[in-house]
Write a protein that binds this ligand. Sequence first.
Ligand code: SF4
Length: 529
Amino acid sequence: MTTPTVCAPLRVEARALRRGLADAARATEPTAATDAPGAEPADPDRVRVVRTGYGPVRAAAAAVRIARAGPSALAVGGVGGGLTSDLRVGDVVVASEVTYGGATVRCPAAPLLAGELRRAGLRVSVGPVATVDRLVRGAQPAGLAASGAIAVDMESAPLLAAAAGRPVVVVRAISDTPDRPLASPDIVTGGLAALRSLRQAAPALARWAAALGPRRVLLASPRSFCAGVERAIEIVELALEQRGAPVYVRKQIVHNATVVADLERRGAIFVDELTEVPDGASVVFSAHGVAPEVRQEAARRGLDAVDATCPLVAKVHAEARRYAADGYLVALIGHAGHEEVEGTLGEAPDAMALVERPADVARLTPADPARVAYLMQTTLAADEATAVVDAITERFPLATGPGTGDICYATTNRQSAVRAIAARCDVVLVAGSANSSNSLRLVETARRAGAAAYLVDRAEDIQLGWLAGASAVGITAGASAPPAIVEEIVAAIGGLGEIETEEVAVATESVQFGLPKEVRRQPVGSGEG
Ligand code: SF4
């Protein structure tokens, strides 16, 4: 097999791509560009650009020539027509699939390339691209858009045939849109804008080429949603179903951007404080828990409040109240500013002190050194918590606490699982949002185990450079990250070459929590009458 090939139908498109690749070479990455199909590039590890000709007939002929050379992967880069009103000239469309005459070719690596292009400063959309036999005019673009396509071209599908099942990507820079159709006087400026974007997109194709290859994917298990997160999401869903939209949610119900965006679409309104909730409205408290004063404020204002606090967080709250009532100074081990920490500290503000690191223990001033207790945030890394517990018990030998028992089962299991894969991986990807404590701890745990590790909200956040040369990739997800994101990441990596997946399980989970009475469904047949 030969070098990954980038097919550019027109001479101007090939030139824009070569210039962009040369830009990248000047910056850091040497690359080669040739014009004739079959010619060898100067650097066989990089991409070559091949001009393939205008229209589906020339594209099909070029595909036959290219297939003979047996490229290890194939990209199509050129200008295209935008079909949806949100597209502007100069935007870039990355094909999730290409349709032509009833057949569809999927491009699973599209999110990875789209992410690179966005980070390069381009406006990017991902969606189906339709290949057609001749220029579309009149009502035809609207018809193609109705079929789900967001862009149209005349070559991609025939060219992709040359890949013969190997990795493919398609990038089309938009030269015309429904508002600025091909026949309009703006077509020249639209074409120039598209070519500029194509040049800017080219370095990302070099990074795509460098990341190609077969690899092993190790899936840590358990990963993704825990029982507390599933319960919290179900509570908001049930509140929406039973009360109708809008339902207010104080703070993010769980720390995950995808989950929050999905619930927002369904009618949830996320607020930071109760003052933003109108009188008489329904409000859900997040899984991280709230201080008692928030509950009291909701009751005072007659709000219809539903508490989605995870029962394992509520357990720590109860321990805080008990120790405070018994006259203890309670050291809460956790991270300042985290909602769970704020909620727990609120249980007994005068009897509690936050301890983030061992050095903070020196600042504790208990009235009675024999009455010091410690508790901890449920999502800490066990080893960081142990270091603080050791410092507390060293200074206060009679200090009492749960060991690392406040760290919940889901946190512990996910950390054990990521530790089990990290030593076998070149890179570990952790699905989760930047404000998710347990996801961040997974990144730290994987790094401590020797792997490069990165937090990603979605597949688009994965930088292709992380995957270049990585023959074993580990994947896990924080307790607040949906399983679908892991599937999306696996599919995207699979778009770079064959993958062999292995599930590495360290525990099975069967924990389930009951729902609060405010949203519990009545058993069938229990109604009055
Ligand atoms: S991570 Fe643990 S404490 Fe947090 S919601 Fe999940 S089960 Fe509850």
